[in-house]
Write a protein of this length. Structure first.
Length: 125
């Protein structure tokens, strides 16, 4: 695991970002959820920040997705990448969310997509 000093030296000028990412990981260890989006031009250090997260998040299951220019017209391509390794846990989801993922992954082709979308947007019971 990187110490803050080692991370700072590798990610020069990224102290604020490191503090934010470390705070999210620490909050997750305490049972609080969170999310962050890293975006920007190629070469600005997004991958280095993500590597810092992977190193700091020991004990967590870390899922990653990457996009490419040709996927911009494919809705939910990144979500597909993130959810694919979790399909074995579908039964743990509330019924509406489970149904939405089953349709999205082609696991329940009998159910109409509109019905699934309505169920997915409904509040959990």
């Amino acid at each position: 695991m990187l110490t803050p000093a080692a991370a700072s030296s590798r990610l020069l000028g990224r102290d604020d970002e490191i503090r934010c990412l470390d705070g999210l990981i620490d909050a997750a260890r305490d049972g609080c959820g969170g999310a962050i989006v890293l975006r920007g031009e190629a070469g600005i250090g997004k991958s280095a920040l993500l590597e810092h997260v992977r190193e700091k998040a020991s004990g967590f299951r870390v899922l990653t997705a990457s996009g490419s220019e040709f996927e911009t017209e494919l809705p939910f391509a990144a979500l597909h990448q993130l959810c694919l390794p979790l399909l074995d846990r579908l039964t743990e989801l509330p019924p509406g969310r489970r149904a939405a993922l089953e349709v999205a992954f082609g696991l329940d082709s009998d159910r109409p997509v509109t019905q699934t979308a309505e169920r997915a947007s409904a509040p959990p019971p």
